[in-house]
Design a protein around this ligand. Sequence first.
Ligand code: AMP
Length: 562
Amino acid sequence: MKYSKLVETYERLEETTKRLKKTEIIANLLKETPEDKLEEVLYLLQGRVFSKWDERKVGMSSRLMIKAINSSTGVSPEKIEKEWARKGDLGLVVEDIIGHKKQLALFSKKLTVEKVFENIQKLASLEGPGTVSKKIKLVTELLTSAKTNEAKFIAKTVVEDLRIGVQDGVIRDSIAQAFLPKKVEIKEFVKKIEDAYNLTNDFSEVAIAAKKRKLKSLVMNIDKPINPMLAIKVESAEEGLKAVGSPAQAEYKLDGFRLQIHKKGEEVILFTRRLENVTKQFQDVIPRIRKNVKIESCILDSELIGYDPKSGKYLPFQNISQRIKRKYHLEKTAEKIPVEINVFDIINKNGKSLMDLSQKERRKILEKNIKEKKKEIVLVKRIVTDDAKKIEKFYKESLGKGNEGIMMKNYSGCYVPGRRVAGWVKLKPVKESLDLVVTGAEWGEGKRVKWLASFTLSCRNGNSFLEIGKVGTGIKEKDSELTFKELTRILKPKIKSEKGKCVSIKPYLVLEISYEEIQKSKNYSSGYALRFPRVLKIRNDLSIKDVDNLIRVKKFYDEQTK
Ligand code: AMP
């Protein structure tokens, strides 16, 4: 299949912001795509060549891409970099450069979807000496055979920044539209596609099955993670009860990290909430799963929580977070920061989905089949009640133990993967916000290229300022007082210096920032970093004298680790 066909689709998708139009464009492409090419086409439409949970990563940085552009066009890296800072998108830079060097395409053969897919996939398998030059060669091979517009999308895919505005929902609807059987309502079929996706987490697999009319044959697979169920925030036990119904199951909300456990006989695979495979990083928990989970094959939902090996005291998330990204010395770290598995759900048992069973029944299955052992594997602590007062008491008890709060779950509700629905709610204390000053920023990319889009925040330390994090969340594109445009308007006159896309800014603008947690960090001069910072408002009423100081940051940090 010609790559130009896909590029034509990308271009049409770029031209519209309308969801229905996008759906129609993709559905038309899918109808015309041969069955054996659906896999590649669906991946490339999502700007990827591997599934979300695949351990392989393309791993081509923008810097390396600049070298590949240099190698295929002869344009100097400095010039490419300058253009990149101006345009904010390497795809546009390549398009422009190759557009001026049309002769390249004259000697080339036609690019196919398969060839593009294959070369980009190969980037992930390269290791050892000579990797850089081999990577450059693979990309250069594509770029020199590409027409101008093809090169643009190759570059965007290689640096994993496609940006054609195609969300999962649009892909789902397009598959439904493309392969809708006669006499079936579109709404009903969309739901079937969604269910199939929730089982497999793979649109390619779903599209092929839909085309073959074999959606029913799709099953959950031990090597594929499920999108975990998520919770909505509530402010009180009473509000929680209203949302999930009575009686509710209230559970400790532990301050660890989500772990989806897939077991098939002796084989165990572990996934994070973001569907990353972390089996290698947590080898220490595998033997206890084999030993204490008395089910041949299953998918469990759990929270891993770290503890101090000496005192046995449970530790907050930031202590085990370092275990997730680790590549080396895994055994040593496992000894230093051991973890306990707290199981709270079961999604599949011996190949059969349990998602439609009630919370009550799923918990019963867990109790029957998991042999609990403290500091190894336990079921999360819970109560079942219709009394808001009892839940408040349980909430206080949970906070007293250093947990984040509680979860409240619909006792007769099923497991709804991948969505925040009222079946689960979370209750946790509201953190005090921090008033911080902007001391730096980065110019945006794509449609934000004219605006500052990521802002460096600092707290006060005497008369100087120390960095504590970067924020881009909470700011709107339009229709708000808090837009990128407005922040850029205020900050632009305060720019002290610029280097590439980064600017240094004179402390002036104070922002009120919320966050999930304060962590210790070597990345910022304050020694702290904010987890999930979000801009709440511009504090025109505050001057830089009012910016929160390091002592207050430290106080908040200490309070949360108590
Ligand atoms: P949040 O990250 O605030 O949206 O809260 C949801 C997260 O809380 C989940 O993704 C889990 O990692 C974590 N969690 C801790 N305890 C539980 C529990 N008992 N049930 C479900 N999730 C839990």
